[in-house]
Design a protein around this ligand. Structure first.
Ligand code: FAD
Ligand code: NAP
Length: 530
């Protein structure tokens, strides 16, 4: 099939791409490996899954009509509601006719003589397109389960990132959860409610803050709805594409009176969400400021969790707050006070592997009926690595990324003409409201294609020098923060052998929008057009 644009992936990014490119008169199709749309929200249907950006922000911003017609029920909606929302958007905008489900792109080769991408899928379809848009997701490729003995385990086991569609019952079962990142922290309290016993196998503890999720009030909704376009513009030009209500403005650590700081932190903690860290404005660049937030959370953990040994094990001490993704929870720490819940500290008692009947750690066996793996993703590069993407020289993108991903503005790769990545490495992506970061990229790509067509150009490709400068800029920004101090998926640390590079752009969404727009306005500075 001959197309202007092939969008790969039908998550929030890809679905908007279909709408945007169709609206501008391009012939567009989207292919999605899964049997349904929704991306992350299709795949991660584990108990407790919900967004950690308020739903008034974590929803499409491009249409005031959509915003008026959909009413979120909760401040932080659950997976079911978010999936229902994106399915509704697809229906409401009549997008399904251009989305091919159950279709995984396996191969995309650039044909320099026709200036087209030739694309093949796992079900024998082929597409020829002028522009290839990889909306394949920054967090869509689950980390491989490399646990010794998993093949021998006779019980049930599930991955949060590939949760089945059938009901999973924990009732009366001895359950183990491996992983205490955002996914683990969301499912652990829910599983604990009905499991006979729950053992949490923790290697690295997380800093988690109460979400304080509530039904969405008319007042909270109208703060956004009553001045929708203005509000969304402010978010798009601000640092993170979302607003986080706080108990008051923050200031640098050195300007706080210690008692007043704790009072503010307490007020923010009571408000919930990401408010806590906002009290000190230099928390991500000043270790002392960061320590003040860490101390506050440690004290909270010690105050909530009754068993002192468990409380200490839950206190992160080897990385600064927010240098790994901070988690929002509902009753996470409280769950460890239940009689049926035990924390297994893998730092003291390392895991050996699975046996036929459970998990073995160095101290002995933990008999289990079920294991839940909440072990994360091969972030940013995993989905791209799985496609055989080749340029005219036969090189794979990953050949170019041996020492870490290299992009120009997170969206393009030198040597790969007419290929765009949505929320790619080197873009704000996961450091902001991801629906908005995807919309920003999709819009920029659409404008770029319209400009190329208006000028009669067939191809666009990042200049090597511009790309090198961008990569250096992204890494320089990160080097002035505390982020590199943590072992995290932001740095590629969770995947054995992955180069250690800070993956997202930390300069803020507003700066990213301004920079990328300025390059576009300067006739796509830093790109070779032909
Ligand atoms: P995805 O939703 O990941 O969609 C990519 C799609 O591409 C997938 O459906 C995948 O099947 C498909 N695909 C991949 N490769 C191929 C291929 N070769 N061929 C065909 N199809 C392919 N961000 C926030 O801002 N706030 C949140 O609250 C939040 N919560 C999250 C919760 C979870 C559990 C996870 C995992 C992530 C969360 N994120 C959150 C980040 C999330 O990645 C983004 O918010 C957003 O949903 C990503 O949308 P996307 O369209 O870019 O990618
Ligand atoms: P994650 O943050 O990478 O957490 C994975 C967890 O599994 C870590 O605790 C990790 O410990 C552990 N783990 C991995 N391999 C292990 C092994 N071999 N043995 C023992 N433990 C192991 O993954 P995630 O929780 O799925 O979250 C990923 C991202 O998705 C989040 O950071 C967030 O951006 C997004 N997300 C958001 C929400 C939300 O609240 N809306 C929910 C889920 C996910 P180590 O660190 O020690 O390896």
């Amino acid at each position: 099939m001959e197309l202007d644009v092939l969008v790969v992936g039908a998550g929030f990014g890809g679905v908007y791409g279909v709408y945007r490119y169709r609206q501008q008169g391009l012939k567009v199709k989207c292919v999605e490996a899964a049997p349904g749309v929704g991306g992350v929200w299709y795949h991660n249907r584990y108990p407790g899954a919900r967004c950690d950006v308020r739903s008034v922000d974590y929803s499409y911003s491009f249409s005031e009509e959509l915003q008026k017609e959909w009413r979120w029920k909760e401040r932080y909606s659950d997976q079911k509601e978010i999936l229902a929302y994106i399915e509704w958007v697809v229906d409401r905008l009549d997008l399904a006719r251009d989305i091919e489900l159950n279709t995984r792109v396996t191969k995309a080769h650039w044909n320099a003589s026709t200036a087209r991408w030739e694309v093949e899928t796992d079900n024998g379809k082929s597409y020829s397109c002028r522009f290839l848009v990889l909306a394949t997701g920054a967090l869509s490729s689950p980390k491989e389960l490399d646990f010794p003995g998993l093949d021998r385990f006779k019980g049930e086991w599930y991955q949060t990132s590939k949760w089945p569609h059938h009901d999973v019952s924990f009732r009366g079962k001895n359950v183990g959860v491996i992983g205490t990142g955002s996914s683990g922290i969301q499912c652990i309290p829910v599983i604990a409610e009905t499991a006979k016993s729950l053992k949490v196998f923790q290697r690295t503890p997380a800093f988690s803050m109460p979400a304080r999720n509530v039904p969405l009030s008319d007042e909270e909704l109208s703060e956004v709805r009553d001045r929708y376009m203005e509000y969304r513009h402010e978010m798009r030009t601000g640092p993170s594409g979302q607003s986080v209500p706080t108990a008051g403005p923050g200031k640098p650590y050195a300007e706080w009176d210690p008692k007043e700081l704790v009072a503010r932190q307490e007020a923010n903690w009571q408000l919930g969400g990401l408010a806590l860290g906002s009290a000190v404005t230099d928390g991500l660049v000043n270790q002392e400021a960061n320590d003040a937030t860490a101390r506050f959370i440690h004290n909270k953990i010690r105050g909530i969790v009754k068993d002192p040994e468990t409380a200490e094990a839950l206190c992160p001490t080897d990385y600064p707050v927010s240098t790994r993704r901070p988690c929002l929870d509902t009753n996470y720490y409280e769950t460890y006070n239940r009689d049926n819940v035990t924390l297994v500290n893998l730092r003291k008692d390392p895991m050996v592997g699975l046996t036929e009947t459970g998990i073995r750690t160095e101290s002995g066996d933990h008999p289990l009926d079920m294991v839940v793996f909440a072990t994360g993703f091969d972030a940013f590069t995993g989905a791209i690595a799985h496609i055989d993407i080749r340029n005219a020289q036969g090189e794979h993108v990953m050949d170019k990324w041996k020492d870490g991903p290299r992009t120009y503005m997170g969206m393009t790769v030198s040597g790969f003409p007419n290929m765009f990545i949505v929320t790619g490495p080197g873009s704000p992506s996961v450091l902001a409201n991801c629906i908005m970061t995807a919309e920003v990229d999709i819009d920029w790509i659409g404008d770029c294609i319209a400009w190329l067509d208006s000028k009669g150009y067939q191809t666009i490709e990042a200049e090597q020098e511009a790309q090198d400068k961008w990569v250096a800029h992204v890494s320089d920004l990160a080097s002035h923060t505390l982020y590199p101090k943590a072992n995290s998926w932001y740095m590629g640390d969770n995947i054995p052998g992955k180069p250690r590079v800070f993956l997202p752009y930390i300069g803020g969404l507003g700066n990213f929008v301004a920079t990328t727009r300025a390059k576009a306005a300067a006739d796509y500075e830093g790109f070779v057009k032909a």
